[in-house]
Design a protein around this ligand. Sequence first.
Ligand code: GUN
Length: 282
Amino acid sequence: MPAKVIDCKAIAKEIRESLKMKIREFEHRRGMKLCLATIIVGGDPASVSYVRNKEKVCIEAGLKSLTYELPEETKEEELIELIKSLNVNPEVHGILVQVPLPKHIDEDHIANMIAVHKDVDCFNPINAGKLYRGEKCLIPCTPKGIVRILKEVNAELTGKNVAVIGRSNIVGKPAAALLLNENATVTICHSKTKNLKAILLSSDIIVSAVGRPKLVTKDMIKEGAIIIDAGTTMVDGRLVGDVDFEAAIELASMITPVPGGVGSMTTTMLIENVLEAAYIYE
Ligand code: GUN
């Protein structure tokens, strides 16, 4: 039987509807709008398009969205000054610094500058440390969305073999940590992994977040596996994931599509994180 294609858009829409009510409630209680400040440095087309989309989704949900578009040659100190002013601005509840940043800016240094309680991407090492320790913190949006999808489809995680492909700080590593916190047996695979096929063939759940089309092929998938494809690559003007979707659908039990999959959950989790950030110090 072909896999069930997980309707992430519908899941995201339902979550956004319930968030809208909470956002209105926040506005009513505090007499101010819930606000996300986004900073983008330089004009990388993919980053500009991500930021525009985030802005649109935030506004639709009832948030105030402040976007700071800084030129490529912005100095690190100037960016830090802006972050510091947003950190202490009581009308800003969440801060997002779009990455990648230009090469002359130290991303690790910037991550340290974002106030822990406004860090909706979990960039600050204090938040990242809490995440790995299983402590309460703002959870990075894409990994949070991945786990939420798995929960929405009632996937059993405890004791399951989960392969996470990709070891980025923004998706792969935190996704692995969250799944470990859910009692899964997690294997992190990456470009130097020697036996990817063997690992995937013994995995009940595959999470791929690399950005390499057709990285996961049919011969690597165990029958009945659940596949979460968080990869996104533009190929001939079309967005594609890491998994050979047409082939995988014949073997998997459930699979997320690209587009219309994990991406739609990421922005929804961002809204949820801004709301959580606003309530942290209440
Ligand atoms: N660049 C690509 N994805 C993301 C994301 O989720 N957050 C930030 N800050 N930058 C990104």
